[in-house]
Design a protein around this ligand. Structure first.
Ligand code: NAD
Length: 247
């Protein structure tokens, strides 16, 4: 159970949903956790919960799409912790709409958070990871990045881009003992999916062989596997956590 003892993890979008579940699961496995979120109250509350599990925790309010904010956050984190062993790029948003009506702003917001944010946060720690000669980077992509979805051209492009980014980083940093993998969740019950209509939910359920929606904890379990000793020889992979939706 303590497979992450002594590790320092940074989780973006840790204020709720999947990011929160990963932060708490990492803490339960022995890691100290830096909780990054746009909303200070959320990251602070999750950091409190991490401390309640007996681990150290720090809370930061950062917009992951803002280069200056991410650079400052990276420096602050390293000044506090001295090292980073695990980075989870989880922060993500949707701005759904059919292509014909999709605004440039909605395209830019989704690509800016989901793809540029992962690039900025990974870059902020790359020098440190290379020097340490160890580290685990986990990018939270989506099955939509693998199969596409009508009404989600921006989101699918951001997640497919994140998968390409993951494989490139895996190749670039592998010789220094740093792994980089993506998790592709299917339909997970969080605030992001709570807005979907009953009709869409029923249609989605029909596509899931296990016949149920996933929980944030299902994704967190995969993150612990990739971050822990069992993930030592795994890099450049996309692990779908989707009840069999994509196979
Ligand atoms: N819920 C699902 O079914 C599902 C499926 C596939 C992939 N995902 C991915 O999992 C990740 C987490 O999703 P979730 O369902 O927990 O969503 P959520 O909306 O509950 O949480 C998203 C988190 O990201 C943070 N965030 C958003 N924009 C940010 C920004 N610019 N800077 C910093 N933080 C920001 C939010 O504050 C929030 O804490 C996302 O990348 C999402 O695309 C979710």
């Amino acid at each position: 159970m303590n497979e992450l003892t002594g590790q320092i993890a940074v989780v973006t979008g840790a204020g709720r949903g999947i990011g929160k579940a990963i932060a708490l699961r990492f803490a339960a496995a022995g890691a100290d956790v830096v909780c990054v979120s746009r909303t200070e109250a959320n990251s602070t509350a999750v950091a409190e919960e991490v401390r309640g599990l007996g681990r150290r925790s720090w809370a930061l309010a950062v917009d992951v799409s803002d280069g200056a904010q991410v650079m400052a956050a990276g420096e602050k984190i390293l000044a506090e912790t001295g090292r980073v062993d695990i980075l989870v790029n989880n922060a993500g948003v949707t701005r759904d709409g059919l292509l014909m009506r999709m605004s440039e702003a909605d395209w830019d917001t989704v690509l800016g958070t989901n793809l540029r944010g992962a690039f900025l946060f990974t870059k902020a720690f790359t020098r440190t990871l290379l020097k340490q000669r160890s580290g685990r980077i986990i990018n939270i992509a989506s099955v939509i990045g693998l199969i596409g979805n009508a009404g989600q051209a921006n989101y699918a492009a951001s997640k497919a881009g994140l998968i390409g980014f993951t494989k490139s980083v895996a190749r670039e940093l592998g010789s220094r003992g740093v792994t980089c993998n993506a998790i592709a969740p299917g339909f997970i019950e969080t605030d992001m999916t709570a807005v979907l209509s009953a009709d869409i939910r029923t249609a989605l359920l029909k596509q899931i062989p296990l016949g149920d929606f996933g929980k944030a904890e299902d994704v967190a379990a995969a993150a612990v596997y990739l971050a822990g000793p069992g993930g030592r020889y795994v890099t450049g992979q996309v692990l779908s956590i989707d009840g069999g939706m994509v196979m």
